[in-house]
Design a protein around this ligand. Structure first.
Ligand code: G6P
Length: 535
């Protein structure tokens, strides 16, 4: 018989209160565990065995998923229902990479418009590449209109690809100052990427860049501006020629928009086949997510593991450690996908949540991370579950380096799990001939508690297809967590207040402007900035 949601949560909480609930090492005594907790989705292998999720815990978590109706919610998303309730919108980023006719919403074929836009983007890329006039593409955008494409270009661009890509996001003029000297206005195609085409930073930077183009090329400059947006009126008002506007629909969330027209920078820089490969990879993960049973559904299993860590064990953060330099921006992309989606404190019905939701997500590529923050993961007071991403085969010929890279990734997961007890540490110091007093004094500092969880994902290689799979895997994991926690993973009201206050503060920073009403701290800081800026 199906259990109720509250009974399912209570069962998870009960299991988490057991004395050894966080212990992993005893579970690893079972030689079959690694195989039982390792799953494949598309080309991705995920080993979830180095966690304290036992078979019993997993059953309880799967019961929770059933009680929460996660797969039914998935089906509602795929059916184009307006599951983003606070904005009254469907959530159909899967349609961006789906076949024609696969996704419908409000009685229309969502895929039809998608494929029309893809055709137009492909033709545009072909023309730009054939003309050969532009060597560089500059994409101006922020948040979801920047992080995804920037991450993908960083991962997939190789020497010899059609164009170089640059990304301008921060309203900080230093960002543009650093970029503009390396760019030739006559050879730079400018994309203004903004779902709303009203984002203050993007519009400020779009004006800066257009002024720069016009300064060099006159009015002709406007012909090399391209807009990627849902707001066609605003792109027209900005003066972008209609043939250079690539649209998408409001059922594409900003942080899920890499696959839409927002990805044009990827296609221009890396070539159409690469962008198409990215879409195909994501689609492959969609097919897995849409068809796999609960017990084999990797995005769901990763989400349930996170529920165990966050709600069962009370762990408030997670690290993402791609052991691949090309994935340097992957943690940054996930920070938005996960934290903007799951940083919520009320349920879909607007009631306060009764348990923790999205953890803090942060990361850096390995091995660099080992030399910065991994100390805290090994010996800090609160365990931080880590996702370790390994790529089996590199695209370079420096195999010794790659073996070192893989050895380090495996070693971090092993060290987190195993830890290091007093006997082992003492024996090591004794072997070095250290005095007994020194050994005892150092001993506590050199112990590793172990039993710290990690998941290891293995990609056979990093290419457009596998990257598409990887990104879509996390998108779907986020979806599952939203359903499990009963929060809307697709709005982001939390970014509004700061924007409004910045708008109100802006005129107060003009020379001689009167200060408005502020708390004493903000008022003093405004006065100090006026003093330091001489106004
Ligand atoms: O694409 P845009 O409309 O310019 O929005 C850019 C970004 O800014 C917003 O504040 C949201 O927090 C993000 O979800 C969005 O991706």
């Amino acid at each position: 018989m199906a259990v109720s949601t509250e009974a399912a949560w209570a069962r998870v909480a009960e299991l988490a209160r057991a004395p050894a609930a966080a212990a992993i090492r005893p579970l690893m005594a079972d030689p079959a565990r690694a195989a039982r907790f390792t799953h494949r989705a598309g080309d991705i292998l995920a080993d979830l065995s180095k966690t304290s999720v036992s078979d019993t815990v997993r059953e309880a978590l799967l019961d929770l998923s059933r009680a929460r109706g996660v797969l039914a919610a998935r089906d509602a998303m795929a059916a184009g229902e307006a599951i983003n309730a606070t904005e009254g919108r469907a959530v159909l980023h899967m349609a961006l990479r789906g076949p024609r006719g696969a996704f419908r919403t409000e009685g229309e074929d969502a895929s039809a418009g998608v494929h029309d836009t893809l055709d137009a983007m492909r033709a545009f890329c072909a023309r730009i590449h054939a003309e050969g006039r532009f060597t560089d593409v500059l994409s101006v955008g922020i948040g979801g209109s920047d992080l995804g494409p920037q991450m993908a270009v960083r991962a997939l661009w190789r020497h010899g690809m059609p164009m170089r890509a640059h990304f301008l996001s921060n309203v900080d003029g230093h960002a543009w100052e650093a970029l503009r000297h390396g760019l030739d206005p006559a050879r730079t195609l400018v994309l203004v990427a903004s779902k709303t085409f009203t984002t203050a930073e993007t519009m400020a930077n779009a004006h800066l860049v257009r002024d720069w183009l016009r300064g060099a090329l006159g009015e002709a400059a406007d012909a090399q501006m391209v807009a990627l947006s849902t707001n066609l009126d605003a792109t027209r008002a900005f003066g972008v020629p209609g043939s250079q506007v690539f649209g998408f629909r409001d059922w594409v969330g900003g942080r899920f928009s890499l696959w839409s027209a927002i990805g044009l920078s990827v296609a221009l820089a890396c070539g159409w086949e690469v962008f198409a490969g990215l879409l195909a990879g994501a689609r492959r993960m969609d097919e897995h997510f849409l068809s796999a049973t609960e017990a084999e559904n990797l995005p769901l299993l990763m989400a349930l593991t996170e529920v165990w860590h966050v709600n069962g064990l009370g762990l408030p953060s997670r690290a993402v450690l791609p052991y691949d330099e090309r994935l340097a921006r992957f943690p940054a992309h996930l920070q938005q996908v996960e934290m903007e989606s799951l940083g919520k404190r009320v349920t879909l019905e607007g009631a306060p949540v009764s348990r923790a939701t999205g953890p803090v997500v942060f990361g850096e590529p390995g091995t660099n991370a080992q030399h910065s923050f991994m100390q805290l993961l090994h010996q800090g007071t609160t365990p931080v579950p880590a996702d370790i991403v390994l790529v089996a085969t590199p695209d370079h010929g420096f195999d010794e380096n790659h073996r070192q890279l893989l050895a380090n990734g495996l070693a971090q997961a092993e060290a987190l799990l195993r830890g290091r007890g007093a006997e082992e540490v003492r024996a090591e110091m004794e072997a070095k001939g250290m005095a007994a007093g020194a050994i005892e004094a150092l001993l506590p500092h050199r112990l590793f508690p172990g039993d710290r969880p990690s998941a290891t994902l293995v990609l056979p290689r990093l290419d457009a297809n596998t990257l598409g799979q990887l990104v879509a895997l996390y998108e779907h994991k986020v979806f599952c967590l939203g359903a499990l926690w009963d929060v809307n993973a697709f709005d982001q009201w939390g970014v509004e207040l700061g924007k409004q206050l910045a708008g109100a503060l802006l005129p107060e920073l003009s020379p001689g402007a009167a200060a408005g009403e502020h708390d004493p701290s903000t008022a003093a800081l405004i006065a100090e900035l006026h003093r330091q800026r001489g106004g």
